[in-house]
Design a protein. Sequence first.
Length: 552
Amino acid sequence: MKKYMICFVSALVLGFSSCDLMDLKPLDQLSEEDVWNDEELLQLYVNGCYNALQHGYRYTDMMGIYCDEMYTRSNDGRVVEYLAGTMDADNITGMGILNYWSTAYSYIRKINTFLEKAEAGSVPEEVKRPMIGEMKFIRAYIYAELIWRYGGVPIIEKVYGLNDDFGVERASYDKCVEFIRNELIEAQRMLPEQQPASEQGRASGDACQALLARVLLYWASPLNNPTNDRQRWTDAANAAWALIDKHYRLIDDYGDVFLSWNDEVIFARAFSQANSTEFATWAGRSGDNGQGVITPTQNMVNAYEMQATGLRPYVEQADGTLTLNAGSGYDPANPYAGRDPRFYASVLYDGSVWMGRETEIFYGGLDEANSKVSSQPWNATQTGYYLRKFLDESIPPTGSSVKMTSPWIFMRYAEVLLNYAEAKFEEGDEPTARFYLKQVRQRPGVNMPEVKDSGDALRERIHNERRVELAFEHHRFFDVRRWKVAERTETFPLQKMVITKDETSGTKNYDIQILKNREFRSYQLLLPIPRTEIEKSLNTLEQNDGYVKTAE
């Protein structure tokens, strides 16, 4: 059986072909016929397609490094060139989740093959039906990820043969949303509302509904709804409402949300000791032999409000400077006191206790680049912070036989509540928006003040609540674009905290400095389609405005 499993994985990676050779039954490996007529192999095929949904536990797959949430040393300059349209994604390695086109259509082909071949196979219908539902969910999720990056894309529902015409055209964003909605509605009918514990990580009816709510929210947003069609906001609100007060709740401890399966998780990717990640190493403090590759920015830290007042410490000025927010209660000489509890659960800052010791990010400290005692100071943070969210304190960056197995959460209940609050606000129902914003802000372990703003100020509070609650979870990159505020947020310089410590008194001085100046052009609200894909289509694919149309 082990040999068969290895052969199957090879077939899955390479993808099945419709050539005549597949009509023969090999004696030393699995044939295509074996797969479509064997229940276990068919399920393994489905399992492999979940890899199309990319988790964030590889540092190149953290969307936060492509906006103002996080900073990484890796590929920074080349990513800037890609986003500016001066370098094609095909020439950049390590782009991870940002350049998704080729990965997406590779898996769409696998799913289309399944939907064509499995239907004619001998596996019983009652067994195939939930698998088909899973595949339709995955295909819908892939298309959602595509349109959020590129706008309208080709909708492909068949498997192309070698002699087929590969000229394809992009469908409109609206047509893609219609296709995704229909896929999810159909998948929802084939799947249980929730999967049992033994099937954690599989698509469910509720996962379909949560994805639909997000897709419709994005469709209703300014980038994709220039006339502000209120019906779209109503549709988004209704989709989110279908999950409210159903099977889920906000758990008390915000930090614990990300360490295990719990009542807040709607859909996530599971990991095990046999299938673990190296995220603890990538994100770990340099003083613990971590890599410190991905670190939160000062911009992100500034988004966390003061717990007593519910106000942010600073006001960002158009010229890239910060003005102290009078009345917030923030003390620049003691910047980490009295903040939103979600800050402490998400960010390791100078003085925070982790793994039995204080974090030292002051000049010359154990976790700082000028440390004289760290074995690898070159891996120290460049922003003045390390990540805490997602990490298990009992698992060090290196040297442990126990690996990190925290699930990567694609969708959770807090997002559903925030989706509903935003949609109701834009629909014109401010009291309902404030009520559901309150639910998120006042989970027992957070307990932030109630928001009483209205109008544009309330919209800004809703936007910032998403930024804080959903930090580093692959939302911010898309949020600032769909809201069409990226020309402000993405031109604001990335900032860092520089800390010096008086050796005699022990007093620390905190100085916010510019880490990196940034530029953003309006056409960067969408990503460029890889030029090689345009060439493969015989130039029937149209490049997004602002980018180089073809290779020179």
